[in-house]
Design a protein around this ligand. Structure first.
Ligand SMILES: [Zn+2]
Length: 221
């Protein structure tokens, strides 16, 4: 399956599931930001500054711990259920919306990908990153290019070929289709061929040890 990381949802899976960042983690992140702001207002080196610095460090450690715990929980579930996990190779979109700044989201996304990568490797599964270009602007069903291009604010993807689809889910399905094409000995042939222009291969990363097709990707969802 493939994972679309974003701000509207933490993750949208090609299976149609979504994953939200848990409330406690969001709260902790907001608290951290607030403490950091307080620190920036204090005179550097002063007594109050020292005390605030300790508070920020403590806050930071807690957020880090919670983020890790959550990422472990989520990725273990994904890896156990899927022999192939596909991600986009960068995170250039979706940064203009959402409540939390990019740096915060990045930290969570980075963990999710890193954990997926090593966990799949440890159990001889596949971790694939594919080029992100065009994944939001191509219909995952028929391969038609969105015309006019889908603006960032539109959360649903509509195509003359069928029913409307969540924007991120459409992207996730495109990512999965690309991933299946790049996997050696993979199930690319069972994927619908109408995935639009051939994936450009520069910079792709394919890590796999297993030659037989993953058990859950026969249905390409
Ligand atoms: Zn279509």
């Amino acid at each position: 399956m493939s994972v679309d990381l974003g701000l509207a949802h933490l993750a949208v899976l090609s299976t149609g599931e979504t994953v939200e960042a848990p409330k406690f983690l969001r709260h902790a992140e907001v608290r951290l930001k607030r403490q950091q702001r307080k620190l920036s207002r204090k005179r550097k080196g002063s007594h109050h500054w020292q005390k605030q610095r300790v508070r920020v460090a403590r806050c930071h450690a807690r957020v880090r711990g919670q983020r890790r715990d959550f990422a472990h929980k989520v990725t273990t579930g994904w890896v156990e259920a899927h022999d192939l996990l596909a991600f986009e190779d960068m995170d250039l979109r979706g940064h203009m919306q959402g409540r939390l700044p990019k740096a915060t989201a990045d930290a969570g996304w980075g963990l999710l990908r890193r954990f997926c990568e090593y966990k799949e490797r440890n159990r001889s599964g596949r971790y694939v990153e594919v080029p992100t270009k065009g994944t939001t602007q191509i219909c995952s069903k028929c391969g038609r290019l969105a015309d006019p291009p889908l603006p960032l604010k539109d959360r649903t993807y509509s195509c003359p070929c069928g029913p409307r689809l969540d924007r991120d889910l459409n992207a996730a399905r495109n990512v999965l289709a690309r991933a299946l094409c790049t996997v050696p000995g993979g199930t690319g042939e069972s994927t619908p061929v109408e995935i639009g222009p051939p994936p450009h291969r520069k910079g792709r990363r394919v890590r796999s040890r297993k030659r037989e097709p993953p058990r859950d990707t026969g249905v390409a969802t």
